[in-house]
Structure formats: structure tokens, C-alpha cells
Design a protein around this ligand. Structure first.
Ligand code: NAI
Length: 794
């Protein structure tokens, strides 16, 4: 074609990126890679290798080692051996290593981008301009945290050896999200890349060598799901960080339940993309190009559910189709390509299957007329309209370039539809009315909300999900908390295992000087006293066997009623922080007024001295959380775009609390008050040793303007009530304080709905020591960060 002809048609010519440097790199390694363990390369013990392909043409790129349990063991040992020295380095020295890694990523950025595109199939435009610059940014940002670590986290220690498992959609970026915060906080790492895309992780291992990173600080073990499983199960690992499918996330939750491994999960999503009638429709359409066609839609936070206000639906659909027709699909190394290849044959099959099922369920399918390359794995950009909200394509992650469109009429309906999913990773809201946009943003159950923008990421702005999208955040200050533990907690003793419920223990003869039975308490549900469904009571005895009274034996129906009441009381979350503080202060005031009588009753269970301390410190603890209520607020980040990101500390929602047996009053207040201060509604199971405290507690709440349902009390056997709380889909989080067996059960039972569980790991907490039992550590677990990105400028 002559230049004149080209000028007339304005067709794009091919603009291929030259892969020769990447090919030379592969050749230098003989297209065969071992495992990176203890700073050196070694073959897998099994002697097995698997092929990694270029999905744009199906060609073999290299053979990669299949790591087995023995290799994982060697890597964990290497990481452990390196841990002491790495932890002991000055923060400045660690900062220099991270800084060096950032510089090296920049120095080799083109090689990394080309390798990433060859291994994954994503357009070079994306790997070059988005993935790799963000990788460097993560190492720079965390070099900063390494430098500041001792100042900013003086009471914290690294977890130790961290096992990290990453997916194939952003291979090097996910590595950076995992490795940078782990190293910055003094952990050492064993990382398993995804089997489809191991190459850039192996190139990164070379950068670690180039940076002279001490041997064993970073270990890379390639392999498939079984390699990941061996890492999850290895007893020498202190924490697992995982990104991938919800199904594997569940398997990992279950496999780690009986251990003390910390766990963070970043799972799937079905993120809503909400367009109001007053939105700038052309910008919203352009946003969709990034929202659902970026990386072929293989993005956990892809805006895969388009929710359009009915009045503009037709216009919007027509604009979307026009834009889809100009998307260029083809070989991803071409710099002018918008949509590259799907990562693997199995993923392509999955997309095809789900789209076919969506059509069978009534969706209308539209695809532009495009010619797909003859070789490789490609799927055209696809629009499914008339999608029913319950259809598979509206509910399940497709992980492909497929948009499912639905309509709504009012902002209320938009919020309902948006939240009608088990996930809660991200969302986009498009409206020129900032009041509407922020009002809707506040109601969306998602860790990230992009207002009039989409798919923006930055190291300073945390990323992570609500509900079945997982727990924990990556990036920001909150991301670091996933890799550290309070020093005292890490070294705390383990509680003795409970033999029989303390309530039935008879150790000494009863003391005849006080009357045996003086009161019978009830449950407290929705602000009212309630009889237990079972009609049974528990005898409550002092440690010396004296009968102190009777408490109701709550069962699963009582818990369900309490959950319903807690859900109805969600207005508590919307009360201003000042109002919540006032209610808490009032509780403290009323506890102070009854100090003598409550101390007297409690003394019979725990002794005079402890009872006095519990009540006195209890008043102080409530004061503390009343003080925190309007001070534990969020932050405003300033990412390197024309955006602000408002990081809000939102309540978890409805939280179940299994209180410790010891310190019946102070233990209860130490757990329930931070939750209430942050706007959660609570179903608490008070101390199994002294459930009679419930009577004093509800009198306190009744007289303190606490709204009915914000706090509910169900007494009974923790081991029985725990199950209902853990399995209940309407309970968002579970705090469980008990011995090792109880907390392991809490974690295992919460696997089904991936509930956030926070426990004492069966360790002793000194409730009388405010350095342990009070403060930010509790507040951080009582909240989850939502980041709302808002652009500014013209
Ligand atoms: P996957 O969850 O199986 O793979 C992610 C990582 O976990 C890989 O490194 C894999 O080797 C490892 N893995 C697999 N089984 C494991 C086990 N039992 N224990 C420990 N590690 C294990 O994801 P897959 O099969 O590649 O993709 C399936 C679907 O998952 C996709 O279609 C998509 O819907 C979703 N997905 C979501 C991602 C996200 O970022 N949220 C990323 C990748 C996939």
C-alpha cells in the first residue's frame, strides 16, 4: 500500500515490538529454568518441567521447573535461615535494597514488558505503560516504608516467613504487590508464580541477584496448584498471601484453619459499573474500554456488570457498540492493539462456555465484526444485554472481555443491584452530580469505588475486597498490617485447653455466707430482654462451686433472631461518630453509677480484687473507645494522577463476638466497644464462665440510649453458638477469643462464606494491660478501608 493510499484509508499499519531482547534472554537460559532457592538456581527434585506458551500464537517459550513438596521445604528453610539477618538489618539498609529493586525494574523495564506480553498475551501497550511502571512504583513506595518502619510501627514485628501465591493476569505486578510490602516489613518470602506466566518472576529472581539481595530473602518456586498447596501446608510458613480464584481461596482458608498462619486473600469480583443519566456518556464509554476490555477482561476488579439508568440505556448501548467496533484485536506485541490474547486454551473455553450459558438464559449477545488471528487464543469484545440479575453472567466472574448490561431506574435500585452479589471488590460510578456519586459510593459494598474513572491503581492506595472478594488490603499503610504482628502478641503464651465448661466445675464446698440463687438473666435481642428458644437454663457456678444463678441456654434460633435484629439496626453505622461517642460515654457513666453493685456481683465469680479492677478499667476502656469514635478516621491519598483517593475506615457490618471466658466484664468491653465505636452492630456471646454478666450489661445499654439491635447478647455454650454465627451469611465478621481448638473451629466453620475471622490464636491476652487489650490494633480489625477515587480538574 502506498503512503497516499494509507493516508486515504487512515488504517493502522502493523507496529510490532521487536522481541529479540526477550528471545535472547530466553536463549541465554537455554529456554529452561530451574527454581530460585537460597539465592541460587537449582533443578526440581522431581526432575520434571512444564512448558509455558505464548498464547498469541501457541508457541512454546520455555520449560519451567515443576516444584514439589521437597523443593518447597528447601525454599522455606532458606527463607527461615535468611530471616534473622534480614530482620536485624537497619530499616535504612532494607530500604536501600528495595530502592535498588525499583531502579533495576526501571532499568530492565522494556525486557520485562516484552516478556510479560509474550507469556501472558496482554497488549504491550499495557505491560509497557501500566504493569511495569506500577511494579517500579510499588518498590519505590515500599522502600519508603522500609525506611520509616521503626518509627511508624515501633511495637510491631514481621510475621517471619511468608508464602505467596499469585495468579496469571498481572504476573509481575502481583509479585510486586506481594514481595514489596513483605520485604519492607522484614519478612522473607517464598513465592509461587502462576503456571501460565512464570517468566517475569524468574527474571525478577535475577534482579534480586543483581541487587545483591541476601540469599534466601526471596525464593521463587514455580509449579502448579499442587506446588501452591505444598506451600500452604508447610508448617514453617507464618503467613499466606494469595490472589486468585474464590474456590482456591476457600481451599486455603480451610487448609490453614488449624494453624496460626496469618492469611490474606484477594479473590474474584463481579464489579458494577454504574452509569447515571446525567453522566458524561462519552467518558463513561471510554472508561469501559479500561473497565472491561483492559487485559482482555481478565481483571479481578473488571467493571463486568454495566448498570445503566433506563432513560439513557439505548443511547449508551449504541455508543458502546460504536466504540467496540473500533477496538483493535490482534497480536499483543503490536503497539496499536487494544485487545490481545486470552492467557490459555482452558480460560478461552471457560469464557465461551459462560457466554453460551448466558445466551441460553436469555441474554442478547452482540460482537463487532472482527477477524480473529488464525493462531492463538482470542475472544472478541462482547456485549450481553437484557441480562437478568440472577443469570450466571450477572453473578459469576467470567474473566474475559464480556460485559453484562442491565438497567435500573433510581439510585436506590442501582445500589441494590450493585450490591446483589457475593463479591465486593470494586465499583465505578458515573454521574456529573458529585453529591449523587459520593452518596452512592458510600453505600456500595466494595473495597474500591472509582467516581467518573475506573481501574486506577497506586501503591499508596490500598486495594482489596469486601465479602467473598477476600480480606486484607494490598498497598497503603493498611497493606503493611498484613505482614506484621504486635510484638507482645507474637510471643504471648498459649491458653490452656478447656476441658469442661467452667460453668459446671465444682472445685470447693459452697460458701454458705451468701444466698445461692439471686437472679435469673435473659437474652438481650433487638433492645429487649428475651427468653431463650430452648427453654433451658445454664447453672452458673463460682470457681469454688457456689451456685451463682442461672443464665439462658441460647441456641441457633436465638442467634438468628439476634442477627436479624443487628441487621435492622444498621442505622447505627450511619449515626455520626460524635453521636456514637456520646452513647459510649453514657455507658461509662452508667457503669460508674453502678460500680458497687456490679463489682459485688462479679466478685463472687472472679474475686473481690479482680472484680474491682474489671469495673474500674471497664469504665476507662469505654471512655477510650468513646474518645476513638471520632478520631480513628481515614486519610486522603494523593496518587500520581489528577485524583484524590479518600480512604474511609468503614465498619465491617454485623459482627459476631465470642468473648473470652476470663475477665467476663473487661474482656467483653475490650472487644465489643471498639466494634460499636466504629459503627458495627454486634451479636456477642458473653463469657461462658460467667454469663450472668449479661444482666448487668443490658441494664447498662438500656439506660444509655444504645439503639435497640446495635448490641445483642446471647448466652450459652460458645462451641455451639459459634457454628451458627460462623455459617450465617448475614454475619460479616467473626471475632473469636478462646483456646486453640475453639479458634481453629471458628476459622474452619467460616470457610463457606469466607467470613473475616479475627482471633487471639488461642493465646493469652492480658485484658488488664491497656497496651495489649486496647487501641488501634482492635480498631483496625473493627474496620475495613474503602478507597473512593475522585478525579479533579477539567
Ligand atoms: P487459581 O485460583 O486456580 O490460580 C491462582 C494461583 O493459585 C495459581 O498460582 C495456582 O497455581 C495456585 N493454586 C491452584 N490451586 C491451588 C491450591 N489448591 N493451593 C494453593 N495454590 C493453588 O485460578 P485459575 O484456575 O488460574 O483461574 C480460574 C478462575 O479464577 C479464572 O477464570 C478467574 O475467574 C479466577 N481468577 C481470579 C483472579 C483474581 O485476580 N482474582 C486471578 C486468576 C484467576
Amino acid at each position: 500500500m502506498s503512503i497516499a493510499e494509507k493516508f486515504l484509508t487512515m488504517e493502522y499499519g502493523p507496529a510490532p515490538e521487536d522481541p529479540k531482547e526477550a528471545t535472547a534472554w530466553l536463549e541465554r537460559h537455554g529456554r529452561r529454568f530451574g527454581l530460585f532457592i537460597g539465592g541460587a538456581w537449582q533443578p526440581p527434585t522431581s526432575g520434571e518441567y512444564f512448558d509455558t506458551l505464548d498464547p498469541s500464537n501457541g508457541e512454546n517459550l520455555a520449560a519451567v521447573a515443576q516444584g514439589g513438596a521437597g523443593d518447597i521445604d528447601a525454599a522455606v528453610r532458606a527463607a527461615r535461615a535468611a530471616s534473622t539477618e534480614w530482620k536485624a538489618l537497619t530499616p535504612h539498609t532494607r530500604a536501600r535494597y528495595l530502592y535498588a529493586l525499583a531502579r533495576l525494574v526501571q532499568k530492565h523495564s522494556r525486557l520485562l514488558a516484552v516478556l510479560e506480553t509474550m507469556d501472558n498475551g496482554k497488549p504491550i501497550r499495557e505491560s509497557r505503560d501500566i504493569d511495569i511502571p506500577l511494579v517500579a512504583r510499588h518498590f519505590y513506595y515500599h522502600a519508603g516504608w522500609a525506611q520509616l518502619f521503626e518509627h511508624e510501627f515501633p511495637e510491631y514485628e514481621p510475621c517471619g516467613v511468608v508464602g505467596q501465591i499469585i495468579p496469571w493476569n498481572f504476573p509481575l505486578l502481583m509479585l510486586a504487590w506481594k514481595i514489596a510490602p513483605a520485604l519492607a516489613t522484614g519478612n522473607t518470602v517464598v513465592l509461587k508464580p502462576a503456571e501460565f506466566t512464570p517468566l517475569t518472576a524468574l527474571a525478577f529472581a535475577e534482579l534480586c541477584q543483581e541487587a545483591d539481595l541476601p540469599a534466601g530473602v526471596v525464593n521463587i518456586v514455580t509449579g502448579d496448584g499442587s506446588t501452591g498447596e505444598a506451600l500452604v501446608k508447610h508448617p514453617g510458613v507464618d503467613k499466606i498471601a494469595f490472589t486468585g480464584s474464590t474456590e482456591v481461596g476457600r481451599a486455603i482458608r480451610s487448609a490453614t484453619a488449624a494453624s496460626h498462619k496469618r492469611l490474606s486473600l484477594e479473590l474474584g469480583g463481579k464489579s458494577p459499573y454504574i452509569v447515571f443519566e446525567d453522566a458524561d456518556l462519552d467518558s463513561a464509554v471510554e472508561g469501559l474500554v479500561d473497565g472491561i476490555w483492559f487485559n482482555q477482561g481478565q481483571v479481578c476488579c473488571a467493571g463486568s456488570r454495566l448498570l445503566m439508568q433506563e432513560s439513557i440505556a439505548e443511547t449508551l448501548i449504541s455508543k458502546i457498540r460504536d466504540r467496540m467496533s473500533s477496538l483493535r484485536i490482534g497480536p499483543p506485541l503490536d503497539k496499536a492493539i487494544d485487545i490481545g490474547a486470552i492467557v490459555a486454551r482452558v480460560q478461552l473455553d471457560r469464557i465461551q462456555r459462560m457466554v453460551a450459558q448466558g445466551i441460553a438464559e436469555g441474554a442478547t449477545c452482540w460482537q463487532p465484526q472482527v477477524v480473529l488471528p488464525a493462531r492463538g487464543f482470542y475472544f472478541p469484545p462482547t456485549l450481553l444485554s437484557n441480562v437478568h440479575p440472577t443469570s450466571i453472567v450477572a453473578q459469576q466472574e467470567i474473566f474475559g472481555p464480556v460485559l453484562a448490561a442491565m438497567t435500573f431506574r433510581t439510585p436506590k435500585e442501582a445500589v441494590e443491584l450493585a450490591n446483589n452479589t457475593a463479591y465486593g471488590l470494586a465499583s465505578s460510578v458515573w454521574s456529573e452530580n458529585i453529591n449523587v456519586a459520593l452518596y452512592v459510593a458510600a453505600q456500595l459494598k466494595a473495597g474500591v469505588v472509582w467516581v467518573n474513572c475506573t481501574n486506577l491503581f497506586d501503591a499508596a492506595t490500598g486495594f482489596g475486597g469486601y465479602r467473598e472478594s477476600g480480606y486484607g488490603r494490598e498497598g497503603g499503610r493498611e497493606g503493611l498490617l498484613e505482614y506484621v504482628e504486635p510484638r507482645w502478641f507474637k510471643h504471648a503464651e498459649t491458653l490452656p485447653a478447656a476441658n469442661a465448661p467452667a460453668t459446671t466445675q465444682v472445685e470447693e464446698k459452697p460458701d454458705a455466707s451468701t444466698p445461692a440463687i439471686d437472679r435469673t438473666v435473659k437474652l438481650y435481642i433487638g433492645g429487649k430482654q428475651a427468653r431463650p428458644d430452648s427453654g433451658y437454663s445454664l447453672e452458673v457456678r463460682s470457681p469454688n462451686g457456689r451456685l451463682l444463678g442461672e443464665a439462658p441456654l441460647g441456641n441457633r434460633k436465638d442467634i438468628r433472631n439476634a442477627v436479624e435484629a443487628a441487621r435492622k439496626a444498621e442505622a447505627w453505622a450511619k449515626a455520626t461518630a460524635h453521636n456514637r461517642a456520646q452513647v459510649l460515654y453514657y455507658c461509662a457513666e452508667n457503669l460508674a453509677q453502678r460500680e458497687d453493685e456490679i463489682t459485688h456481683r462479679l466478685a463472687r465469680a472472679v474475686g473481690e480484687k479482680e472484680a474491682e479492677a474489671e469495673v474500674e478499667l471497664g469504665i476507662e476502656r469505654i471512655f477510650s473507645y468513646a474518645a476513638w469514635a471520632d478520631k480513628f478516621d481515614g486519610a486522603v491519598h494523593n496518587p500520581p494522577f489528577r485524583n484524590i483517593a479518600i480512604a474511609m475506615n468503614e465498619p465491617i457490618g454485623t459482627v459476631g463476638v465470642i468473648c473470652p471466658k476470663e475477665a467476663p466484664l473487661l474482656g467483653f468491653l475490650s472487644l465489643v466497644m471498639p466494634l460499636l465505636a466504629m459503627g458495627n452492630t454486634v451479636i456477642a456471646v458473653p463469657s461462658e464462665s460467667y454469663p450472668l454478666i449479661t444482666g448487668d450489661l443490658y441494664q447498662l445499654f438500656d439506660t444509655s440510649d444504645m439503639p435497640g439491635g446495635a448490641i445483642n447478647l446471647v448466652t450459652g455454650y460458645a462451641s455451639q453458638l459459634l457454628k451458627t454465627l460462623a455459617e450465617h451469611d448475614d454475619v460479616d465478621g467473626l471475632w473469636c477469643y478462646g483456646d486453640e481448638a475453639t479458634v481453629a473451629a471458628a476459622k474452619a466453620m467460616s470457610t463457606g462464606n469466607l467470613k473475616q475471622v479475627w482471633t487471639n490464636e488461642g493465646r493469652v491476652i492480658d485484658w488488664f494491660n491497656s497496651k495489649q487489650a486496647e487501641g488501634r490494633w482492635f480498631l483496625e480489625h473493627a474496620t475495613q478501608v474503602k478507597n473512593i477515587w475522585v478525579p479533579y480538574g477539567e
